[in-house]
Design a protein around this ligand. Sequence first.
Ligand code: F3S
Length: 399
Amino acid sequence: MKLTPEEQSMLDGDQGKATQKAMQILLALGTIYGAEGMLPVASVQIAGVSYDNLGEAGLEFLSEMAQDGKVQAPTTLNPAGMDTENWQALGIPADFAEKQFQVIQAFARMGVVTTCTCTPYLAGVLPRLGEHIAWAESSAVCYANSVLGARTNREGGPSALAAALTGRTPAYGLHLDGGRVPGLTIEVKARLQGTHSFGALGIVLGQRLEATGKKPIPYLRGIGSASLEELKSLCASLATYGGAALFHMEGITPEAASHTPPDETITIHQHDLEAANHSSNTDAGEAVDFVSLGCPHLSIQEIARIAELVEGKQVKKTFWITTARPTKQLADRLGYTGIIEASGAQFAADTCCVVAPIRGRFKVMATDSAKACYYAAGKNKFKTVFKPLDEVVLEALKG
Ligand code: F3S
């Protein structure tokens, strides 16, 4: 790989040990993937923030990097294992909280903006079309590439941190024009409305892409319109069930017009979505004891809708509203927080139902998120009820 004099000096250790280690990580990655050089990045988003996932080894690595590492690009964090203000009320153990704060403090020492969210694009970090970034959270990566037209590979925790500490990422994969060409046309012949149905589309599409064995970039046709919330749901689901980091959606996403739909085509029908829906409802009639909305983190419009639905009523189950801290602060100012908390529902800002340490605490979770269903079953061993947002709220209100 060709390095600029600045990059070479980072590799030589002139800018400290953490920067040197970071450049070594990026050089190894770039060499594996055949990158010719590095690209400057406009922003970085780091995943692997929850102490539940990092453990002691992860915390030690971060503490070491924080000894002399400083970020060289605006950097934010993926959700942490707890709400940093309201963790006690959400039942997070004090020893976990102490470790989680140490993780966040290590990032803060490196100059990271410690906003913990999987929707940085709703919290002040909005990449432009064609801009190179290094993001790690799979749903945000898919959203940045597909909806915003920015360019990022799906970074791992260490490579995202390395990008932050150097302001660089190796030029390969989705950073290059050749890495963004669609390989399969998807004709969608189904009614799509709401986050839940776009999540079901992500399940079907992800599974179909996996089944091809080559994971082609899909070019979607037949979807008339899609809101921000629907697209973020699709991105989360597609990244989870198919490992996809980019799709093009005809008439909706920015790069679709610059590509020709590939000849090879598969069709997704209404009955496919219904089957996906069915497969994510694993409760077998058992009572829901946990309701969670906000995977990916809720937008202010979604919070407004929840407030409308619960106003003057009382929820009967543990109900988490997960969102970014800046979105929660907006909800505070607009009066939605007061309405939602008066109903007994709880905000869980900075975190989510997947990365919080709640394994075994509940039996059946209701959500509108296909991604949350996947991890609820796989990580937390919950059964799941997968429904549209309004119906999930009704589930929380049911006795
Ligand atoms: Fe975000 Fe957690 Fe879902 S990180 S996409 S809310 S699993």
